[in-house]
Design a protein around this ligand. Structure first.
Ligand SMILES: *Cc1c(COP(=O)(O)O)cnc(C)c1O
Length: 383
C-alpha cells in the first residue's frame, strides 16, 4: 500500500485550519491599533502564560536562544564560570555559554529518558573545579518534551551552590507530580519557534522566574538594559522583545494548547503500545507528563537506524534524527571540558535515535499506517 497522502512530520496546516479565524481576528486587532512593539497583547499573553504553568513571572523575548542568553546575563555568568550542559541537545543550549564568555562543561545523558544524568553532572562538577573554574550553573533540557530529572537536579545544585536554568524549549506544558515546567530552577526558558509544541508564526521565546529581582533584571535586559527611565540605561542588554503580532498569535494557540498536549499523549501511547515489542520506545517516569515535542525510538545500531530511515523515506514516512552528533564531538565544542568518565550514553543515543511524525492532529488511521511501515522497515533492516 502506498502512502494515504503526503504525510508531514509536523502538521502546522491542520492546526491552522482549526484556529484560522481566531488568528485572523487577533492579527487584525494588532493592525488596527498599530502597537507592533510591546503592544497590549504582549502583556496579556505573558499573564496567560504565567497562569498556564503557575510561574510568578513570565516574560516574552525574541526567541529561545535569547531566552537562555538573558538567563545567563541575569545571573551574571561570565568569564571563569563553568556552566554544565547536556551534550545530547540542540546547539543553542550550549552556544549561549561561550557567548557570555563562560565555559560549557558537557554532561552525559540518562539511558532511558534522554535527559541530563545527575551522576555525570556530579563528576563534571568535580572536573570543572579541578580545572580551576567557578561552578555557576547547570542547564537541564526537557528533551523531546519530557521534563528533566528536575527535583534531583535542584537538590544537587542547591547542595553544590550552583544555579539551575531550565531549558524548556521542547518541554513547556510538561510536569512532574503536577508541578509544571516554568516553575523549576531559578529561571526557565522556552521557545516559540514554529515547530515547537507551542509555536508562533516566526521567532519567539519566554523566560520564567519566581524571583521578583531576577524578573526586574530580565525586563531591563530584553530592552537594552533600560533603567527606571527608558533612556537611562543601567546595564548592557539586548534588543529581545516578543513581537506584538506573535503574542497575539500565541494567545490563540495557548487557548487550545492543553487539549493538544492530551492529543499528543494519546498518540504517543498508541505508538508505544504498538512499537514496544520491536523497538526501544521512550520511557516516561512515574509522575511525569511529557508534551511529546518529538516521539523518538531507538534502533539497535547506527547501521540499522540509517537503513530504517531510508526505507521509511521511500515508503513516504518522514522521520528526523535529533541529534546525529552530540555537541562534545562537534568541531566548535570538542575542546571544552566534559565528564571525565566519558559521554558514552549521549554518543549511543546519537547513533540510534529516530523521531517519528508527531503532532496533535495526526489521525488514528494515518498513524496506524505509519506504524505498519515502521514495522516493515525494521523487519526488513533486520532480515
Ligand atoms: C529550539 C531550541 C532552542 C532555541 O530556540 P530558538 O527559539 O530556536 O532560538 C534552545 N534549546 C532547545 C533544547 C531547543 O530545542
Amino acid at each position: 500500500m502506498t502512502a494515504p497522502h503526503s504525510i508531514p512530520f509536523i502538521d502546522l496546516a491542520a492546526q491552522q485550519v482549526r484556529i484560522r479565524s481566531a488568528i485572523d481576528q487577533a492579527i487584525g486587532k494588532v493592525l488596527d491599533h498599530g502597537g507592533y512593539i510591546m503592544g497590549p497583547e504582549v502583556r496579556s499573553f505573558e499573564q496567560a502564560l504565567g497562569t498556564f504553568c503557575g510561574a510568578k513571572h513570565a516574560l516574552g523575548c525574541a526567541n529561545g536562544t535569547d531566552a537562555l542568553m538573558l538567563a545567563l546575563m541575569a545571573l551574571g555568568v561570565g568569564p571563569g564560570d563553568a556552566v554544565f550542559v547536556p551534550s545530547f541537545t540542540f546547539a543553542a543550549t550550549a552556544e549561549v555559554v561561550p557567548l557570555v564568555g563562560a565555559t560549557p562543561v558537557f554532561v552525559d545523558s540518562d539511558e532511558r529518558t534522554f535527559n541530563i544524568d545527575p551522576a555525570s553532572l556530579e563528576r563534571s562538577i568535580v572536573e570543572a573545579r579541578l580545572l580551576g573554574l567557578r561552578t555557576r550553573a547547570v542547564i537541564p533540557v526537557d528533551l523531546f518534551g519530557l521534563p528533566a530529572d528536575l527535583l534531583r537536579i535542584e537538590a544537587l545544585a542547591h547542595r553544590e551552590g550552583i544555579d539551575v536554568i531550565c531549558d524548556s524549549a521542547q518541554g513547556f506544558g510538561g510536569s512532574i507530580d503536577g508541578r509544571m515546567t516554568g516553575t523549576f530552577g531559578r529561571i526557565t526558558t522556552t521557545s516559540f519557534f514554529p515547530a515547537k509544541p507551542l509555536g508562533c508564526y516566526g521567532d519567539g521565546g519566554a523566560v520564567f522566574t519566581e524571583d521578583d529581582e531576577i524578573a526586574r533584571i530580565l525586563e531591563s535586559l530584553r530592552v537594552h538594559g533600560k533603567g527606571a527611565d527608558k533612556y537611562d540605561n543601567v546595564r548592557v542588554g539586548l534588543n529581545s522583545r516578543l513581537d506584538t503580532l506573535q503574542a497575539a498569535i500565541l494567545s490563540v494557540k495557548l487557548d487550545v494548547y492543553e487539549g493538544e498536549i492530551d492529543a499528543r499523549n494519546a498518540i504517543a501511547t498508541r505508538y508505544s503500545e504498538r512499537l514496544s515489542n520491536i523497538a526501544d520506545v521512550p520511557h516516561v517516569p512515574a509522575g511525569y507528563r511529557s508534551i511529546w515535542a518529538q516521539y523518538t525510538i531507538k534502533l539497535n545500531s547506527k547501521a540499522e537506524r540509517d537503513v530504517v530511515q531510508k526505507l521509511l523515506d521511500t515508503a513516504g514516512v518522514p522521520t528526523q534524527v535529533y541529534y546525529a552528533a552530540p555537541l562534545h564531538q562537534q568541531t566548535l565544542y570538542a575542546a571544552y571540558p566534559k565528564d571525565p568518565a566519558g559521554l558514552a550514553v549521549a554518543e549511543r543515543h546519537a547513533s540510534r535515535v529516530l523521531s517519528l511524525p508527531m503532532h496533535p492532529y495526526l489521525l488514528a488511521e494515518t498513524q496506524e499506517w505509519i506504524i505498519d511501515q515502521v514495522y516493515d522497515a525494521i523487519e526488513c533492516a533486520r532480515a
